[in-house]
Write a protein that binds this ligand. Structure first.
Ligand code: NAD
Length: 395
């Protein structure tokens, strides 16, 4: 079968195994090129949400730049009949192929990270993959639409909505370049608390508690979870919206985890990352237009980074510090990997473009093409080096 993209709104329901392999190969190559740059680094790493986006980039950085053994947890769809697997499934297969080639220990688990069973299975995998060792880095990079609370059995769904009042802003259909205005009604109290349940820090805390009870966390270990803040332009739908409330909860849980790890000299950090095209960010209204302008300005400036570059810089920031407790942070204790995105000149130029942007000048003033290319690339499409005419029988 020749596999082609089948796009439905902000999701592509097919994925190309060779294209996903090519994405992972490039990230591995980038990481290998930066190997040995830090004198220190993680050696035994767990990544929860390890198959796409920032989690995959964290795992690749840990393994290929630092030689770490990695255990990855993700929730991806295998192929069935005529339907391809999800991109994350193929990314994971590619990760395993390259890790084996470089003799790096690994284990990958596919299932619901929110469940107790997955936590138990992961502990077993850690003991097998890293015999006699403990984790020195735990990355929590889950982005999910739903979560079932393992204790009550209740399922919660997250929403991307403003809080308090309706929000109306420009948004783009990145397939056509057509700009229209999007109006979002404010979230109800129930929707706010459901989003906190799904995207807040409760499950991260549960993972750390379970790992600690099982004595699987090493002295001076670091745990990371990722957040986003962004400019005022997106605050209503992000920072001050339902997802922002969930991120506030993530920060609160980081402080709790920090206390829980202090007895073993460990540290919990929130890293505020750059806005990038991922399966999760494509779903947020307004954000694709913001990213299209941002990409244009940051590429012109020579400061654009993709997921693997961001994670490489993050790991350097952590492991080039004199110790894990001395990583440079902002006033709220967060690591700011969005520093280049939030640079004053970039944000003021972005505001200017935002005020005049329309369907007529979108190609001229933004990198909508770069956005689109990155979107297709997430699913393994549109990459050089890939034979898209190949008849694939083993997908
Ligand atoms: P993504 O959609 O690319 O990755 C999500 C990962 O979570 C995948 O590996 C997926 O398999 C896994 N996952 C989803 N549900 C799961 C479940 N129930 N059990 C196990 N695994 C599950 O997302 P991303 O954009 O890389 O986001 C990761 C984190 O980074 C999020 O916290 C997000 O808010 C944050 N972040 C993203 C951006 C951005 O622009 N994309 C910017 C800053 C911070």
């Amino acid at each position: 079968m020749v596999i082609e993209p089948k796009v439905k709104g902000f999701i592509c329901i097919t994925a190309h195994p060779d294209g996903c392999d090519e994405n992972v190969r490039r990230a591995v190559e980038y990481s290998l090129a930066h190997k040995g740059e830090s004198k220190d680094g993680p050696k035994n790493v767990l990544v929860i949400g390890s198959s796409t986006g920032y989690g995959l980039a964290s795992r690749i950085t840990a393994a290929f730049s630092f030689g770490a053994a990695t255990v990855g947890v993700a929730y991806e769809r295998p192929s069935s009949g005529k339907r391809t697997a999800s991109a994350g499934w193929y990314n994971n297969a590619a990760f395993e192929k390259y890790a084996a080639k470089h003799s790096l220990p690994f284990a990958s688990l596919n299932g619901d990270a929110f469940s107790d069973e997955m936590k138990v299975q992961t502990m077993e995998a850690i003991r097998k993959t890293m015999p006699g060792q403990k984790l020195d880095l735990i990355v929590y990079s889950v982005a999910a639409p739903k979560r079932t609370d393992p204790h009550t059995g209740e399922t919660y769904s997250s929403v991307l909505k403003p809080i308090g009042k309706p929000y109306c802003e420009k948004s783009v259909d990145f397939h056509t370049g057509k700009i229209s205005s999007v109006s979002l009604d404010p979230a109800t109290e129930e929707e706010i608390s459901a989003t906190i349940k799904v995207m807040g820090g409760e499950d991260w805390l549960m993972w750390i508690n379970a790992l600690k009870e099982n004595d699987l966390i090493a002295e001076n270990a670091v745990t990371l979870a990722y957040s986003y803040i962004g400019p005022e332009l997106t605050h209503a739908v992000y920072k001050d919206g339902t997802i922002g409330k969930a991120k506030d909860d993530l920060e609160e849980k980081a402080r709790e985890i920090d206390k829980a790890l202090s007895s073993i000299g460990g540290k919990a950090y929130i890293s505020v990352n750059k806005a990038l095209v991922t399966q999760s960010s494509a779903a947020i209204p307004v954000v694709p237009l913001y990213i299209s302008i941002l990409y244009r300005l940051m590429k012109e400036n020579g400061t654009h980074e993709n997921c693997i570059m961001q994670m490489n810089r993050l790991f350097h920031r952590i492991y080039d510090s004199s110790d894990v407790k001395s990583v440079p942070v902002d006033d709220c204790g967060r690591i700011r990997m969005d520093d280049l995105e939030m640079a004053e000149d970039i944000q003021s130029r972005l505001k200017d473009v935002w005020s005049v942007i329309s369907s007529d000048n979108i190609d001229e003033l933004t990198d909508i093409k770069g956005y689109r290319d990155d979107f297709y690339a997430l699913f393994g499409f549109g990459l050089d080096n890939v034979d898209y005419t190949r008849d694939i029988t083993d997908f």
